[in-house]
Design a protein around this ligand. Structure first.
Ligand SMILES: Cc1ncc(COP(=O)(O)O)c(C=O)c1O
Length: 318
């Protein structure tokens, strides 16, 4: 059952803060009918220096890139949107939350051509715990390989985080949950591993990390990028490559990455137990490092943290 979410007081809409209940849209909005929206999912963490938004600039860049693919004019620079995210978290008085900027086509013409439908911009934030349920980060999740494949390259723009793409994700996750799993892994049209419904995937094999290469069927996750960076710093080899499905079952460790899912261990695939059936040592090391940086327990050598109440990037924690 999907978790309900806690509402907050304020939502940012096109340059102003409006009450949560006032953030309504018209039923004839182009995005409602045709999926013409682009969005981001970002986490803000409690740190010793106050709330800090993780990889804010990278998320704003991806939002603008998604808008470019959908030929949407964004009325705000990446810096303006980043400042709006900070302002919204501060105004809602939150020290830890999930942030969802969304640009969507509003009311214009009824047909498919979105040109006459102006872009409306919103940012919402709310408290959100572990995406795949309480205890998922420690105990891991049970997943299946979905019967739904990801769309092929040059069908849906998988690198754009566009609303319409998420029909595919919903089908994957609904099927998995209906069959008693926490989540599904989708294959790409050629039959190789692609990603989860809203997560990228990594496997550990003989001390090395393997993740599917960007192939036009998946989102290029920002957490995926963090894991690749951190692994290299820790001296762990990472290979971005073609991943046959059977490697999932024989992996020593398997985990999802995503802003919502963070690093979630996978303990079984299609009821085949992975490794020891619990978070493996590599997964734990990566989890500790990633969350240590995000939560301000480890130095921010990459400039990944953006303080809500400060200007620009915060200084590295001692
Ligand atoms: C389809 C899909 N793949 C992967 C990811 C992971 O991306 P990120 O790590 O940037 O959150 C997400 C989440 O945004 C997603 O929706």
């Amino acid at each position: 059952m999907a978790a309900k979410f806690a509402s907050t007081e304020w939502i940012w809409r096109d340059g102003e803060f409006i009450p949560w209940a006032s953030a309504t849209i018209h039923i004839m909005s182009h995005a409602v009918h045709y999926g013409s929206s682009v969005f981001e999912g970002i986490r803000c963490y409690r740190t010793p220096d106050g709330p800090s938004i993780f990889r804010l600039d990278d998320h704003m860049q991806r939002l603008r890139d998604s808008a470019t693919v959908l030929r949407m004019d964004v009325g705000y620079s990446a810096d303006e949107l980043a400042a709006a995210c900070r302002g919204l978290v501060a105004r809602n008085g939150l020290d830890e939350c999930y942030i969802r900027p969304i640009l969507m086509r509003g009311v214009g013409a009824a047909g498919l051509d979105p040109a006459a439908s102006p872009v409306e911009s919103y940012i919402i934030c709310w408290p959100w715990g572990a995406y795949l349920g309480d205890g998922a980060l420690e105990r891991g999740v049970d997943v299946c390989v979905s019967s739904w494949q990801r769309p092929g390259p040059n069908t849906h723009p998988a690198l754009a985080k566009a609303g319409g793409n998420y029909v595919s994700s919903q089908l994957i996750t609904m099927e998995a949950v209906a069959n008693g799993y926490h989540e599904g892994i989708a294959l790409a049209p050629g039959g190789l591993v692609s990603e989860g419904s809203g997560q990228n995937i990594f496997l550990a094999r003989r001390g090395k990390l393997i993740t599917p290469a960007i192939d036009g069927s998946m989102l290029e996750g920002i957490t995926r990028d963090c894991v690749i960076e951190i692994a290299r710093e820790l001296g762990i080899a990472v290979s971005e490559q073609r991943v046959p499905r059977e490697l999932l079952y024989t992996a020593d460790e398997l985990f999802f990455t995503g802003t919502a899912a963070e690093i979630t261990p996978i303990r079984s695939v299609d009821r085949v137990v992975i490794g020891a059936g619990a978070a493996g040592p590599l997964t734990r090391r990566l989890q500790e490092r990633l969350l240590g940086i995000a939560r301000g327990r480890l130095p921010d050598t990459h400039g990944w943290r953006a303080l809500v109440h400060g200007q620009g990037q915060e200084v590295a924690a001692a």
